[in-house]
Design a protein around this ligand. Structure first.
Ligand SMILES: Cc1cc2nc3c(=O)[nH]c(=O)nc-3n(C[C@H](O)[C@H](O)[C@H](O)COP(=O)(O)O)c2cc1C
Length: 158
């Protein structure tokens, strides 16, 4: 995903705001529980792919490293319905019902119809490894700083 041009204003970075909703419930069994995000009306959904990024929880202001899937989960589903799912690397807590913003740092790969759930799990492990490297890079840290700055600017002073 390209760096923002010009001033690099935080709001110009690709992001998506929505609410965490229940998914099909497969993620826990596969070993990577995901937060399924219903995008808000002002948040266009990016093209189907796997991304590296950060998830900001509006209630706590915490920012979590994540690997994000945007796609129809073709390994399991035959429908065209697009799901946005974030696997937060450091978050065990249930965030159902919470508003969150996903800040996309880099596109990692195309969505694939895998021959088995085990093949998907192997690919996700590799995605997470690559995502961690992206998020630890200078670019990844800049995206995190901009995400936090954008979040703070939306909090109204008392
Ligand atoms: C990092 C990541 C990569 C994914 N890549 C694919 C993919 O290439 N193909 C696919 O069918 N599903 C992919 N998924 C989506 C999984 O199929 C989905 O998370 C799983 O079925 C659980 O769905 P649920 O939360 O609705 O239960 C990916 C999910 C994550 C977190």
């Amino acid at each position: 995903m390209p760096e923002t041009s010009g001033s690099g204003a935080p709001a110009a970075r690709p992001h998506l705001t929505g609410t965490v909703v229940h998914g099909a419930g497969r993620g826990h069994g596969l070993g990577f529980p995901t937060a399924n995000i219903a995008a808000g009306p002002d948040s266009p959904v990016p093209p189907a792919a796997v991304y590296s990024g950060w998830v900001v929880r509006h209630r706590t202001g915490a920012v979590h490293p994540a690997t994000i899937s945007v796609g129809s989960n073709p390994t399991f589903c035959d429908t065209a319905e697009v799901h946005v799912e974030a696997y937060c690397h450091d978050l065990a807590e249930d965030v159902y019902g919470e508003p969150v913003t996903v800040w996309f740092a880099e596109r990692l790969r195309d969505t694939v119809k895998f021959p088995s759930p085990a093949a998907l799990v192997r690919a996700v492990r590799e995605d997470v490894r690559r995502s961690e490297a992206v998020l630890a890079s200078d670019h990844g840290r800049r995206v995190r700083d901009d995400a936090l700055a954008a979040h703070r600017s939306t909090i109204t002073a008392p």
